[in-house]
Structure formats: C-alpha cells, structure tokens
Design a protein around this ligand. Structure first.
Ligand code: SAH
Length: 449
C-alpha cells in the first residue's frame, strides 16, 4: 500500500465547513521580521530613562559590563519591567505582527500537521500539545478549532494543552482567548501556575518553564519563541575571540554602549568552535538547552516538535535587532520598551538534539505552507466569503505569509521527530517486509489527486 499523506485527507475534511473565523487584519509591512514594545510614552520622552534603564544603570555601575544575553534577559523577561512581562507588543497596534496573527489559515494548517503526525504515529491514546511562548494564544486557538472540526478522528484521544509562558500579562491574554477567562490560579497538586478548560472542552495548563510540564506523549510547538531567547555575541579580534558586552557609555549620561571583553570569557571558551570561519557569531545556549530537553522527551515518551522562526543554518553573523511600533529600534535604547530578537541558528539546534531525534528542515515558510495545502484552503475561504473586502483581506494575508519578499522566505520550519518515524527500526535487516512510512506533511510535496 502506498501511504497517502494524512494531511491530504484532513484538509479535505476541513474544506467543507471552513469559514472565516475572523477577518485577517491589515498590518504595517515593516512588521515583516519581528518586533518591539507597548508603552513607549515613558521611554520616548527625551532625557527620561525607563525604569528598566535605571535598573540596568545601577547594576552596571555596581558590577561592570554584562553579557548581551544578560542584557536581553533583563530587557525582555525581568519580572518587573521586562518587555514581555509587561505584555509585549504583539499585534497591529503594538510592535510586531506574527503569522498566526495575520491569518487563521496559518494555525489551521499547523493543526492539520499535528493530527497528520498523530495518525502517522499510530494514533496514540493521548497526547499533550505543548506550546512554548504562546503570545496572545491565537495559534493555539486556531489549532484547537481544527481539533474540534476533526473531533470524530480525535474522539478516543485524550488531548490536553500545556502552555509555557513567563509573562503573567500574556498568560491572562491567552486565558481570555482560549477559555473566555475562566481559569484557576495556582491549582493544588499541579506543577502548573494556572489551569482552565478551552472553549472546545480541552484542559489547558500554564507553566513558567518547560521542565514543569508533566512527561507524556507530546507535540511541541515553538513559533517565534527561540528568537526571543538571550544570545551571547562574539567578535573575532587580532588577539582571539572576545565576547561583546553591554556597558555604560562614559560620554553620554544614561546611555548604553557595546564593548568587547578584555580577554576571553567562559562563554567564549565554551561556545566558539575551533573550526569557526565567521568573524562575528551569536549563540543562544538557552535554545540549546530547551531543544536538548525536547529531544530527550521525544526520544523517551514519543511525539514531535515543530519550530517556526526566522533564522539561518549557521551562516549569519550580526542579527541582533530591536523592533518598536513596527520599525527597527536601537537595541540599546529604552530597554524594556522594544522587542529584542536574534535569528535562530538551526544548525545549532540540530547539533543540540545530539542525535536523539531525527530533524527535518529548516525549509522556507512558503514551501511548508504550500506543501500543507494553503492554496486549497485559500480557495475555499474565498469561495465561502460573501464580500469583496473579506476576499481582499484573504489575498492580502496570503501574500504576507507566502511572498518571498515578505514572510515567505525569511521564516523557516524545522521539526524533531523520533527516528522510527522516518526509518523503520528493522529496515536494514528486512527492507521488503515493511510498508513504506507515510511522508511527514509539510516537508515534502502534498500529493493532491
Ligand atoms: N508564539 C507567539 C508569540 C511570539 S513572542 C506568536 O507567534 O504570535 C514570544 C513569546 O515567548 C511571548 O509569549 C513571550 O512572553 C514568550 N517568552 C519569551 N521568553 C520566554 C521564556 N524564557 N520562557 C517562556 N516564554 C517566553
């Protein structure tokens, strides 16, 4: 029997009832890459330092320069004044727009991907959907709608959702989006800090750290998550590798500047490979630790991980950027009021799986979505939409996601899968005795007949 990609069948089921959940929203084209922050008023008044800047200045005066990773961690997730802690600026009225915020189709196709993998892996009796950094909760909401539409398939499967989110503000937004706000804080006997039931009846749990998520067969999702994790930056000099640090500018009051460490730092010793040919390198050890954890869990308990982000395969150099109000923003100015981000190094993620899982990708977003059947889904939505304004919005959001000059080329999909998902364990010995494994949706062409 020649296996058909399950997603072809799933897409067929979705084609029927699928109407518009909401109007895809217009947004500023400058939002292509990523983002920056909410309340700028305080920061942007000339001569006025933000609470975060004042905190950093005190810290730097007391202890000297800090690594870029430490600076980024403070600016984004400091428990008091971090950019994400205060709610971040995701969406049209904020600093950056992400794919799930642009079009419902994006999350729907990701939902199809998970069901397709669940079927290909023999329909286990239960699975956890674990999303890292869920933002406003839009992506999970779209995925859960697909799970609901395909309820007949999932009826015997025990599905639960586990969200890893450090920001209390964003977890409130997610709770509102996913449960209508009906949640229980600090539930007893749970490692979660909050729990609730989705509008479609699925239990949802919130955690601060991936380590708190209970073990079990899990499908992981990280969309624009890894790019928000702190990076170390290194510069090749005549005297060898030096780490880039953040310090106070002695010339300008209340201003920060980059300096180079006078000698190599522990991070330089650990993270620069002897065969490195670039002159400037960024490394995100936290991403490495998390990927290692996901790979261990997938190897032990089964499942898969889908990572989508902008990034490269170990080739780029200086990608550290700030975004505010859909514009590029000086990373050292008004910390805590802008999103800080760096391209994900997929070659590093692959290396950090340490061979515990197989990896697929990175492949470009437009290829992945095309393989997942985005064109078909668009056609159905266009046919079902009554007015030209909605149709224009649908075409506009399709263009944002797919156009190589917009999000189509700079965003990538990357997956971790158990080895047995790609190669039969005993293929070497009895290749003829096994039927071929179903292809992994999205990473190969979708066969539509
Ligand atoms: N996935 C969403 C949001 C991306 S923004 C989307 O694509 O729309 C990054 C998200 O990661 C935010 O929800 C932010 O609060 C969260 N985040 C950032 N650093 C984190 C960390 N160290 N641990 C958990 N969540 C984090």
């Amino acid at each position: 029997m020649v296996p058909l990609p399950a997603c072809r069948l799933l897409l067929g089921t979705l084609l029927g009832p699928g109407g518009c959940r909401r109007l895809p929203r217009h947004h500023a084209p400058a939002a292509l890459l990523s983002s920056g922050a909410g309340d700028q008023a305080e920061a942007e008044k000339p001569g006025r330092a933000t609470a975060m800047l004042r905190h950093l200045l005190l810290k730097l005066r007391a202890t000297g320069p800090v690594t870029v990773a430490e600076y980024m961690r403070e600016a984004l997730t400091n428990p008091g004044q971090g950019y994400y802690t205060r709610g971040g600026g995701i969406g049209e009225s904020g600093d950056f727009v992400t794919s799930p915020e642009i079009s419902q189709v994006f999350g729907e196709l990701i939902g199809v991907w998970y069901i397709s993998e669940w079927m290909a892996m023999g329909r286990p009796k239960a699975f956890q959907l674990v999303e890292l950094g869920p933002g406003r909760g839009t992506l999970t909401d779209d995925i859960l709608r697909v799970f609901n539409q395909l309820a007949s398939l999932l009826s015997k499967c025990d599905v639960s959702v586990h969200l890893v989110e450090v920001s209390p503000k964003l977890s409130e937004t997610q709770a509102l989006m996913l449960t209508g706000g009906k949640v229980q804080s600090n539930p007893k006997d749970e490692s979660a800090y909050m729990k609730g039931i989705s509008k479609t009846g699925i239990p949802i749990f919130w955690y601060r750290d991936i380590q708190d998520v209970p073990p079990g067969y899990s499908f992981y999702l990280a969309h624009e998550f890894f790019d928000a994790l702190p990076i170390h930056k290194f510069q090749r000099t005549e005297k060898g590798w030096r780490e880039v640090l953040v310090d106070i500018d002695p010339e300008v009051p209340d201003q920060l500047r980059f300096v180079l460490s006078p000698s190599s730092t522990p991070a330089t010793e650990n993270f620069i490979q002897p065969e490195e040919t670039r002159d400037h390198v960024e490394v995100c050890p936290e991403a490495g630790v998390i990927i290692q954890r996901l790979a261990c869990h997938i190897e032990k308990d089964g499942g898969a991980a889908l990572v989508a982000d902008y990034g490269h395969d170990g080739t780029k150099t200086d990608t550290f950027r700030g975004f505010q109000n859909h514009e590029l923003h000086d990373v050292l100015r008004a910390p805590g009021t802008a999103d800080l981000t760096a391209d994900v190094d997929f070659s590093y993620l692959r290396k950090m799986t340490q061979g515990r899982t197989a990896t697929l990708g990175p492949i470009k977003q437009r290829e992945f979505l095309k393989n997942m059947g985005i064109d078909l889904r668009l056609q159905v939505l266009l046919q079902n939409s009554g007015d030209t304004a909605t149709q224009e919005q649908l075409l506009h959001s399709y263009d944002m996601l797919m156009n190589p000059k917009k999000m189509g080329d700079c965003f990538n999909f990357f997956a971790l899968l158990p080895h047995h998902r790609l190669i039969h364990p005993d293929t070497k010995h009895k290749p003829e005795s096994k039927s071929p494994l179903p292809p992994v949706a999205g990473f190969g062409e979708l066969l539509l007949k």
